[in-house]
Design a binder for this molecule. Structure first.
Ligand SMILES: [Zn+2]
Length: 263
């Protein structure tokens, strides 16, 4: 416990260095430096198949948010020379799960590594997934003196998710994916690109998909209640065309964050 608080104090020391905000001046490219900016963070919540990752990647740059996707990040941080990498490697090498508070510190270590003076905050995708992780996130953000500004909830009906997630077909030869309904191959059962055999990965079977969705609806979705109480949840209909989902998300984030002008 003591160790970890020492470490997070150290990371706080780096993060509270006054950030420089670039404030666009009307009608010209001149930027005014020197205003202090406090990072404000956004969390994307939604079940697998809601398009969270795709949307987060599209939207984050428009608001100078740093997109942090837990899945990718863990692999990247382990391979990096960030101070927290050794700590995480120790858990992974022992075959243990990385504790939630360590995951939360990892996210902010990666954020500080990637952020520059124009960064508005983090856009978290895939974290938190349960109450313990949500507590760990609150603790980190509180320690940094920052805020969780917005939770974007992308909702998609259960049966639509089942259909999206179980229809995926993967090519045994080249790994490309198709979808029975949304992007079917030209020839049944064969890859358009290499002619390889298409199959349903074990992750994409109805049983596997239902199991993951059940965990989401039992552990992750109830987190919305705590955030609704703070008035920071914005619901977005994820059951529409991808570009319309993007537009809706941009709309809700625009209320709290300024869009970059070059997008
Ligand atoms: Zn193929």
């Amino acid at each position: 416990m003591r160790d970890s608080s020492v470490k997070s104090n150290r990371s706080r020391a780096t993060s509270t260095v006054h950030r420089t905000v670039l404030v666009p001046v009307h009608g010209e490219n001149t930027m005014m430096r020197g205003t202090k900016l406090q990072m404000r963070h956004v969390v994307f919540v939604g079940p697998q198949g809601a398009g969270k990752g795709t949307q987060a990647a599209l939207v984050a740059p428009r608001f100078n948010l740093i997109h942090l996707s837990t899945g990718d990040l863990l692999r990247e941080v382990i391979a990096s020379d960030l101070p927290i990498a050794a700590e995480i490697r120790a858990f992974v090498d022992r075959g243990d799960l990385v504790p939630d508070d360590v995951m939360a510190r990892m996210l902010f270590a990666a954020l500080d590594e990637r952020a520059d003076s124009s960064s508005a905050g983090a856009l978290l995708d895939g974290f938190p997934r349960n109450p313990t992780q949500a507590d760990a996130l609150d603790a980190q953000i509180g320690e940094r003196g920052e805020s969780l500004e917005l939770v974007v909830h992308i909702s998609v009906p259960h049966e639509v998710l089942l259909c999206r997630l179980t229809g995926r077909l993967t090519c045994r030869a080249c790994g490309r994916t198709f979808h029975r309904e949304f992007s079917p191959p030209k020839t049944d059962g064969a890859c358009d690109h290499c002619g390889g055999e298409l199959y349903t990965r074990s992750d994409d079977t109805k049983e596997a998909v239902s199991r993951r969705l059940t965990i989401y609806f039992a552990q992750t979705e109830p987190l919305l209640e705590r955030w609704r109480a703070r008035g920071i949840v914005r619901d977005v209909n994820g059951n529409q065309d991808i570009s319309l989902v993007t537009t809706s998300i941009i709309q809700v984030i625009s209320h709290e964050f300024t869009q970059t002008t070059d997008n």
